[in-house]
Design a protein around this ligand. Structure first.
Ligand code: FSX
Ligand code: SF4
Ligand code: F3S
Length: 398
């Protein structure tokens, strides 16, 4: 189980202040940010969006949806829009550790740019190895000067797991052979906020899967400052951008769950908001990939879906400009935003059944119903109609 060093900062500003007072506070914060120099000079977000075919009206609709996603009252939408418009004032240093770069790619490689991806382009990325031209000594120098120039004022984003201890040298970066852990510790010193981007940086990810030969660790095992975790392999662009906006507006970490994830994004079980949930409740399951039930869009539980144990908002916000998400595409959720999912959720195409599993909410209890149903379904799996009857009666009885 993951330790959570940040539980003490888990409180919503709306619980302690009136909406009006909070709006005034956010507005004053944004006024102060607006006075800072913009990193790309006269480039304005609205003009950039319009050049990509996204109108101001679309942008305001996006701001409304983002405000709702952040669990803020609708009256905050103009403030969310403003925070987005001035996102180019805050410098961001993005470090790559051991990973596949999928987190960056999820934001950068989009054929049909969304507000989120254009916004990400506008963000003052002072250092990001995937997109910068410099390499070798020049890159190292760029990192150093960004850290010095913006000391105390930059957001540090770290992607990837980090080898620790005697294994630290399994990951060296740059011309001087600095280890990943050294680089993280150094860059964390002057950061005003730190984001662990992706499951690797949040929980260790694929590198930390058994037998973890490089002793890869999550960022919170390397540095001791508070971290905003944005897991997912990769996380959606909305979850990255939403947390940046939240930090700009409130100057603090959003409320988090027991695994350190912001509850606005990771507060709901995939299973509870899944478009196939009606089929689960009705006992209608895909029995094998490619069967006629798959064509009908039935539930993927029996082919391994881990939606009942996974907390994320992909079913609501989806990926690639809201186009699709894993379950819509026809494969079960593999639990990619949960700690240690490579070990605990695999094999990915087989159900967990009643294997004990620890979720962020109430331990085993949160997914008890799904487990019970899953176990019953597996027991009668040979007779589809019987399974249907068993599940239906259990669902009615609960
Ligand atoms: Fe890859 Fe990022 Fe997965 Fe990890 O995403 S998409 S392996 S979470 O660190 O690059
Ligand atoms: Fe959706 Fe998976 Fe739950 Fe089925 S088991 S309803 S596919 S989340
Ligand atoms: Fe990951 Fe499951 Fe969403 S695999 S992307 S949490 S549907």
């Amino acid at each position: 189980m993951q330790e959570n060093k940040q539980a003490h900062i888990d409180s919503s500003p709306l619980q302690t202040k009136s909406t009006k007072a909070l709006m005034a506070e956010v507005s004053a914060r944004l006024d102060a940010i607006e006075k800072l120099p913009a990193h790309n000079g006269d480039k304005e977000l609205i003009a950039e969006l319009e050049s990509k075919g996204i109108s101001r009206r679309d942008f305001m609709k996006w701001a409304g949806a983002m405000t709702a996603a952040l669990s803020l009252p609708a009256s905050f939408a103009p403030l969310t829009a403003r925070a987005a418009e001035i996102a180019n004032r805050t410098p961001v240093i993005w470090l790559h550790m051991a990973e596949c770069t999928g987190c960056s790619e999820s934001l950068l490689r989009t054929e049909d740019p969304s507000v989120d991806s254009v916004l990400f382009d506008m963000i003052n990325l002072e250092y990001h190895e995937t997109i910068m031209a410099a390499s070798g000594y020049q890159a190292t120098q760029n990192l150093e000067s960004a850290i010095k120039k913006h000391h105390g004022n930059y957001i540090l984003m770290v992607e990837g797991g980090i080898p620790k201890g005697s294994s630290e040298y399994f990951l060296t970066i740059g011309a001087n052979g600095t280890t990943g852990a050294q680089e993280c510790r150094h860059a964390a010193e002057g950061a005003m906020a730190i984001f662990a981007i992706g499951t690797c940086s949040s929980y260790g990810g694929v590198q930390a899967a058994a037998p973890n030969p490089t002793n890869a660790q999550p960022l919170d095992k390397i540095i001791s400052k508070p971290i905003i975790k944005v897991p997912g392999c990769p996380p959606s662009e909305k979850n990255i951008v939403g947390n940046v906006l939240y930090f700009a507006m409130f100057g603090k970490t959003p409320p988090i769950d027991a695994f350190g994830r912001p509850t606005w994004a990771y507060g709901h079980r995939i299973h509870d908001l899944c478009e196939r949930r009606g089929h689960f409740d009705a006992g209608e399951f895909v029995e094998a990939f490619g069967d006629s039930n798959a064509e009908k869009g039935y539930c993927l539980y029996k082919v391994g879906c881990k939606g009942p144990y996974t907390f994320n908002n992909c079913s609501k916000l989806r990926f690639n400009s809201h186009t699709s998400w894993p379950i819509q595409a026809g494969h079960g959720c593999i639990g990619c935003s949960e700690p240690n999912f490579w070990d605990t959720m695999s094999p990915f195409e087989r159900p967990l059944g009643n294997t004990p599993f620890h979720t962020a909410y109430n331990g085993y209890g949160a997914d008890k119903t799904a487990d019970t149903i899953g176990a019953a379904v597996l027991a009668v799996t040979a007779v589809g109609i019987a399974a249907h009857a068993v599940v239906s009666s259990m669902v009615k009885a609960k």
